[in-house]
Design a protein around this ligand. Structure first.
Ligand SMILES: [Fe+2]
Length: 308
């Protein structure tokens, strides 16, 4: 396989088995900035899938996003799994490219829950999660991003609210954030949090990548992060708010339920890209405007110096 390209900014798409035939036919070529894959769906997988993925990976930049590291868990990492994961990352992503997983716990006694469960927002937990993120970075020999999750209950007494807790983890681990703006939206709907206040209280400079997706409403009482519907306008607005403040980043469209034909998802990628490009343009205009005062100051200082 040729050297892996670094992950570009722009709108990418989560690779799902149902989408693979159309992607193999070339229907996504030139349409997405990158594909994101969960290594757990490919490691130790029999049949033809590994070879098919390997061929697709020759044509796209690949972002890797894990599901089972249980960064908020209490048990030591499964070192056999971590070694397999490292081999997968070394093969499919660029040297030094980050790997992401969730800020949650997702297993106990060696069994995976197949769900992303919240951790308590305490100082003890922040220290433990940060130490595990550092260990993961050391073992994988690449940076880790942690992803903020959606959650449906708050666990007991907290030392912090979620933005403070995430900030504690990021700074103690010195790692990046995979900012899922749909998860912020779902939590805001379910828990009554102001998403823009939430965003204004995390270190945006640590955001390396974003996720967007669509939730479903369950029983008229709860919004559930199903990744089963188109991205809502509120989520696009959150994505744009972040991009116009931090500049271009890889942004992933996640779809895991009621997956439509690829052509329909690519239309959604193009619509997202329009919003994204407008936000990037506003960020560029802000950069130019921010540069102007110092340019003017330099001209004044230059003219003063000339007089002397
Ligand atoms: Fe996500």
């Amino acid at each position: 396989m040729p050297p892996r390209p670094p992950l570009p900014s722009g709108i990418g798409l989560g690779l799902r088995a149902k989408l693979l035939p159309a992607i193999e036919r070339g229907e996504a070529d030139g349409e997405v900035a990158f594909l994101e894959v969960s290594p757990e769906n490919h490691i130790h997988r029999g049949g033809g899938l590994p070879a098919r993925f390997s061929q697709v990976a020759e044509r796209f930049a690949i972002s890797t996003h894990g599901l089972t590291m249980s960064l908020g868990g209490h048990e030591p990492f499964d070192l056999e799994y971590v070694a397999e994961l490292k081999r997968f990352l070394d093969r499919y992503s660029a040297p030094g490219q980050w790997h992401s997983d969730h800020l949650c716990f997702s297993g106990v006694d060696g069994s995976a829950f197949h769900d992303l469960l919240p951790v308590p927002f305490t100082e003890v937990c922040a220290r433990r999660v940060a130490a595990r993120v550092r260990e993961a970075q050391d073992r994988l020999e690449r940076p880790m991003l942690v992803e903020n999750i959606s959650y449906y209950l708050e666990l007991g007494a907290s030392d912090f609210d979620e933005p403070e807790f995430i900030t504690q983890v990021l700074e103690r681990a010195d790692c990046g954030l995979l900012l899922d703006v749909n998860n912020i939206h779902v939590n805001a709907l379910n828990h009554g949090v102001d998403p823009y206040d939430w965003l204004s209280r995390i270190p945006l400079a640590r955001v390396r990548q974003l996720h967007v997706a669509g939730p479903d409403r369950w029983d008229d009482t709860l919004w559930v992060d199903t990744h089963g519907s188109p991205v809502r306008d509120e989520v696009k607005a959150l994505m744009a708010w972040v991009i116009e403040r931090i500049g271009p980043r890889p942004v992933l469209l996640e779809r895991d339920k009621s997956i439509p034909p690829l052509a329909e998802l690519l239309a959604e990628v193009r619509a997202l890209d329009e919003v994204y490009q407008e936000a990037v343009a506003r960020w560029r205009a802000g950069q130019v405007a921010a540069a102007r005062p110092s340019d003017a100051r330099a001209r004044v200082e230059g003219s003063v110096g000339a007089r002397v």
